[in-house]
Write a protein that binds this ligand. Sequence first.
Ligand code: ADP
Length: 445
Amino acid sequence: MFEKILIANRGEIALRIHRACREMGIHTVAIHSTADADAMHVRLADESVCIGPPAARDSYLNIPAILTAAAITGVDAIHPGIGFMSENANFAEMVEEHGFAFIGPTPEHIRMMGDKVTAKKTVKALGLPTVPGSAGAVPTLEEAREVAKETGYPVLIKASAGGGGKGMKVANSEGELEEAYKLARGEARAAFGNDEVYMEKYLGRPRHIEVQLIGDTHGNAVHFGERDCSLQRRHQKVIEEAPSPGLNADERAEIGAIAAKVVRDMGYRGVGTMEFLYENGQFYFIEMNTRLQIEHTISEMITGIDLVREQIRVAAGLPLSYKQEEIVFTGHAIECRINAENPETFLPSPGTIKGFHAPGGLGVRVDSALYDGYKIPPYYDSMIAKLVVHGASRNECMLRLRRSLEEFVIGGVDTTLPLHRRIISQSDFINGHYDIHWLEEFLGL
Ligand code: ADP
């Protein structure tokens, strides 16, 4: 097992990884920008290294600085966390070339799944259902017209290098196609430096359902059930729950087993998530994330298994600690992502925290790097806390969530806490009747 791990991230996820390491007896090294010198992840780690100025490209995305920090502190492995370097195959490759273990999949698998056209082709060949659309990239407008004619409108044009909903445009009719196609390519070029796009049928009212998976280097792979992440704004998840209120037990077991088999057939190492759209009883694969996800917490709550611990174990070459039949699902879990943003305009609200009280009690978990007096820097993601609640039933979980949101106090900055309180009191949410459009419609977008 590793003795020392460098955590190449910040905020709540750096803390999350640090906690798993601590419980495993592994020493931690934090890295930070000058803007994060007082951050909680720096305070808790055994050692820390300042790797650059505030801008992420000069610090958390600065590969030479990260590798130098790893070398001078003598770590065995690097955990990339979420975002930043976590899905950068070149980084994973360089980490390994410099003699450190990369806590994640092989660079080949990151690369394969990072290109969405290749990802779709790969999983389709291994037996997963995908959204109907182009067979591969669509390099010209003429080809886009042909594909749209075959699949029928509305169609979605998506960036091959996509992420975070960027480079994605809907065309409702042939008249809208040219503009949507050009916009998608332009946005993809600006965001990813790669304007390759592909096309899918635009599904009307699907749910977003994803399966949590892990594979080891001994040919084993298991799933940890699904999460329903349909409550999204601008393709960003806002509230997630597990299990999905939209699936029955047979559908759950079936999609989990199929996804785990694909991971096993790929010889995939590490945690990963297969994302699907689900409509009229059908699953359609959209992408695989080759890293830990923010919402891994709800899968942990319903299984009682520390996914980061398992992730570190498989990166160290150990076999999975659980067989599929040993993973038992208990109760229900919901996560609210709390951002430092105005709850109506969604404008970021960095600033100093004046008054912080996190809820507690049975089944309540708060993953956050906040503390009273902490100054949220303006340079990074606005998510500042995850409230994760578990209950024996969905109903108990929702009552506990309501009570926890009432208790939660984050003073000094605007937060989306009021938005969460509003969403969870809606009858559609209470009844589990929502799809990927529900939240934007509720917000009047
Ligand atoms: P990204 O990697 O940019 O997040 P995804 O492929 O994961 O892109 O899609 C993000 C979101 O966009 C999905 O959760 C869903 O809400 C919507 N979406 C993606 N593909 C389709 C589709 N074919 N039809 C309808 N909505 C889609």
